[in-house]
Design a binder for this molecule. Structure first.
Ligand code: NAP
Length: 294
């Protein structure tokens, strides 16, 4: 029996490693809208999606699926080539399993118009949990680029005590930073204190802000507001990890001359191979559940 055909359509460097890993796992991987010398020899490159798309039992779309509007997120494909998803949606078989990350309302509407179903990987807890470590490492790297002092000996604040916040606090503490972690639930504040970190209610952020050299935000709500920015000491840096548009009043930070950086998509930027393998580990059980196994 032939091994199942999997289509990888577009995507950033993570998808090169994802394609290579699935090929190593034994799948027949067909890349469309994605070409790179780093693709392994066993991976098929489809010059025209019509050659491969109809035969694929599963299709892996990028994260996010589209850049602007309905344009496939395909940075490893010639810029002058058409990348509108409308050109291939009609060729996707109704039974094909479609997986991708972060489907915008416009992309969802385009899929609905063709009666196509999909799974949004960004809504999966296992992927988010596994991505916390590369995200936290990326945040540390970004802080080191922006700060004028070492993290060792610094005073840092991690806003939010979820998946990313907990891992980030652990890394910062291990590097010798004195870490404050904020949370809104009393039970979490107790847990933070148990870790040896300084707990603070997220609502009281402005009260502690004068102490910190760097603030990492992980809360997807507008918490790093004018009061917090006004309270920061000179030279303090804000690294905002929350999904676009972030949770910092960036125009006000710019007005005040405060370095505040929105840092989206860190796993793919700082650790594309790790992030690609995390995608593979998330996708494989879904493929197996649907009987798309090697
Ligand atoms: P998470 O586990 O859900 O943690 C979110 C934290 O924010 C929790 O502590 C939550 O508190 C708190 N929170 C949520 N809404 C709040 C509000 N209105 N007020 C106060 N606290 C609030 O999420 P995560 O996986 O750590 O991800 C955090 C953010 O980073 C998300 O926006 C995610 O999309 C983004 N992200 C970015 C990258 C990147 O590369 N930049 C990578 C991964 C994730 P409770 O526990 O009390 O709800």
């Amino acid at each position: 029996m032939n091994n199942p055909n999997i289509g990888v359509l577009g995507g950033d460097a993570r998808y090169i490693h994802l394609a290579n890993a699935l090929s190593r796992d034994g799948y027949e991987v067909h890349c469309m809208f994605l070409d790179s010398p780093r693709l392994a020899r066993g991976v098929h490159r489809a010059e025209d999606f019509r050659d491969a798309l109809p035969f694929c039992a599963a299709l892996l779309l990028p994260t996010p699926v589209c850049g602007q509007g309905l344009e496939l997120n395909a940075p490893y494909w010639p810029q002058d080539r058409n990348r509108d998803i409308g050109q291939f949606l009609g060729d996707i078989g109704k039974t094909a399993l479609v997986l991708g990350g972060a489907f915008s309302p416009a992309v969802k509407a385009a899929f609905a118009a063709k009666e196509l179903r999909f799974i949004d990987l960004m809504e999966r807890d296992d992927l988010a949990a596994a991505n916390a470590l590369p995200t936290a490492e990326g945040a540390v790297a970004m802080a080191m680029e922006q700060m004028e002092i070492t993290l060792s000996g610094s005073r840092s604040c991690v806003v939010g005590c979820g998946r990313c916040g907990r891992v980030l606090a652990r890394l910062l503490a291990a590097m010798g930073s004195r870490v404050t972690v904020t949370a809104r639930r009393p039970g979490q504040l107790t847990w933070i204190a148990d870790q040896g970190w300084t707990p603070l209610e997220t609502g009281r952020l402005a009260q502690g802000a004068g102490e910190w050299d760097v603030v990492f935000n992980t809360v997807p709500a507008p918490v790093v507001d004018r009061r917090v920015l006004d309270a920061l000491g000179p030279g303090a840096v804000v690294i905002d990890l929350a999904s676009r548009p972030g949770s910092t009043d960036f125009p006000y930070a710019a007005q005040r001359g405060i370095t505040a950086v929105l840092a989206p998509g860190l796993p793919g930027k700082v650790a594309p191979k790790t992030a690609g393998l995390i995608l593979r580990d998330t996708i494989l059980p879904i493929l197996r559940e649907r009987g798309i196994s090697v």
